[in-house]
Design a protein around this ligand. Structure first.
Ligand code: HEM
Length: 464
């Protein structure tokens, strides 16, 4: 099958470049080959066609001529399992999405507002007493918040021994592939060998077994004591029935819970760490944002934070400049299609490069500059700005992640005076399959903000 042109470097070398430096690999290929190019960097060096033009994005993500088979997401199965939403296809995938989407939207999502704000306060208070004025990784603090929030949403718990063990093990297992070099483990199946608890894969499997034991124990207990009044996602999944009246098996439940736990906190934590970085890197951004947050009066009412235009622009620009999900999941054409004058045959695997679309200078002048104002000056279509992908696999946590990011930023910025601990620019780096700030953004607490401005903002938070 003829595929669009791409670099001629041997596939192994290109895959190593892709693992170590994904942004540069995409940028260099786009400079040389344009809007559509091929890189053999999939599992087992399968060639992948990258697209970035909004017109191609629309075609690939939303036309009936493409589908998004779960089998192509095999890179996720060691951790998330074969019954994960990410591994499912067709009708089963569609049904499961319909089940999982509602808890992350509307009223049910807003019910988590107070929990998010309380957890943000708790984590920052702990950071203040642990570190004083010494520096700490902002990403790690953000991960504590986002993990606690998603555990609460998924299980309805975020305290007790089982919760603490899950929190620790999930953080550890994700750290195992948390650097560009360690992420190789995911890309090269031949590295996935259990050579004892000290080997990388042995350690991965050991931690996974412990996580599974905890999740299966929770499932067992909850099956035995079904409580119809509970609104957490496990309760929802336990009572779900298919057309034949069958419920989900324990393995199906485990894979779905694991998917939500992992996808639902890693990404948001990185997004938040980036936001804190840019806000403190650029004084004019911080100044404008603080003026907006401090202007919130007591009578501002529910949802006032969600409507703040500059806060929204800061969050959008954060996820534009370094999108945590750099690429979409793979899509394949069902019939021969014409993409930007390239004939793409069934069997080809196509990815949307979210990063390249977000760095097109025809859409975003000076694309490497952090400038939230661009989101106040114009509206971008769903194929020009797509940090959460699109179409049949669009992120189910999109509204939830934006909600959480805004609340955490508003709570912490209103109450604490923070600063970057290192003046050097923070670079993006691969973390597993996502993009994260290298080093986690080192910050330090300078003090509490004056009670006047903090009180005004937090009163309105509590009302959400
Ligand atoms: C800033 C935070 C987040 C970012 C940037 C992000 C980004 C993405 C992207 C790019 C995709 C692929 C979409 C596609 O291929 O079209 C995706 C899918 C997904 N995301 Fe997120 N995500 C975030 C937060 C969340 C949260 C909070 C949850 C859970 C509540 C979540 C759960 C998922 C799931 C389950 C999928 C797979 C959907 C499917 O296969 O149908 N994500 N996300």
């Amino acid at each position: 099958m003829k595929l669009p042109d791409g670099p001629k470097t041997p596939p192994l070398l290109q895959t190593i470049q892709w693992i170590l430096n994904p942004l540069e690999t995409m940028e260099r290929s786009a400079e040389k080959y344009g809007d559509v190019f091929t890189l053999p960097v999939g599992l087992n060096f399968r060639p992948l066609v990258f697209v970035s033009h909004p017109q191609a994005m629309q075609e690939v993500l939303d036309s009936k001529q493409f589908e998004a088979p779960g089998e192509l997401n095999a890179i996720f199965t060691p951790l998330l399992g074969q019954q994960s939403l990410i591994s499912l296809s067709g009708d089963r995938h569609r049904r499961e999405r319909q089940l999982l989407l509602p808890p992350f939207h509307g009223e049910r999502m807003r019910a988590y507002g107070k929990i998010v704000c309380d957890l943000a306060r708790q984590v920052m208070n702990e950071a203040a007493s642990t570190y004083g004025d010494r520096s700490f990784s902002m990403r790690s603090q953000m991960q504590k918040i986002s993990l606690a929030v998603i555990l609460k949403a998924v299980f309805g718990i975020n305290e007790g021994q089982r919760y603490q063990q899950l929190e620790k093990l999930l953080t550890e297992i994700l750290d195992l592939t948390g650097s560009p070099v360690r992420a190789s483990l995911l890309f090269f199946p031949w590295m996935q060998k259990d050579l004892g608890a000290w080997s990388p894969w042995g350690s991965f499997l050991h931690k996974e077994r412990l996580i599974n034991e905890l999740i299966y124990s929770e499932i067992r207990e909850r099956r035995e004591n079904l409580d119809p009044s509970r609104t957490d996602i496990l309760s929802l999944l336990l009572s779900a029935r298919d057309d034949r009246g069958e419920g989900l098996t324990d393995v199906e439940l485990r894979d779905e819970l694991m998917t939500l736990l992992v996808a639902g906190h890693e990404t948001t934590a990185s997004g938040l760490a980036w936001a804190f970085y840019w806000i403190h890197k650029l004084p004019e951004v911080r100044q404008k944002l603080m003026a907006e947050l401090d202007s919130l009066g007591e009578a501002s009412g529910d949802g006032a934070i969600m409507k703040l235009p500059y806060l929204n622009a800061v969050c959008c620009e954060t996820l534009r400049i370094y999108p945590v999900g750099m690429i979409t999941f793979p899509r394949v054409p069902k019939v021969p299609v014409n993409l930007m004058d390239y004939q793409i045959e069934p069997g080809a695997i196509v990815l949307g490069s979210i990063y390249l679309t977000h760095h097109r200078s025809d859409l975003y002048p000076e694309p490497s500059r952090f400038r939230p104002e661009r989101f106040l000056e114009r509206q971008f279509s769903a194929y020009e700005y797509l940090p959460f992908g699109g179409g049949s696999r669009r992120c189910i946590g999109m509204a939830f992640a934006q909600f959480e990011m805004k609340l955490v930023l508003a709570t912490i910025l209103s109450e604490w005076e923070l600063g970057l601990a290192d003046a050097r620019p923070v670079r993006p780096a691969r973390r597993g399959l996502t993009l994260s700030p290298a080093g986690g953004v080192k910050m330090a607490i300078k003090g509490r903000r004056s009670p006047h401005s903090a009180a005004a903002a937090t009163d309105s938070l509590a009302a959400i």
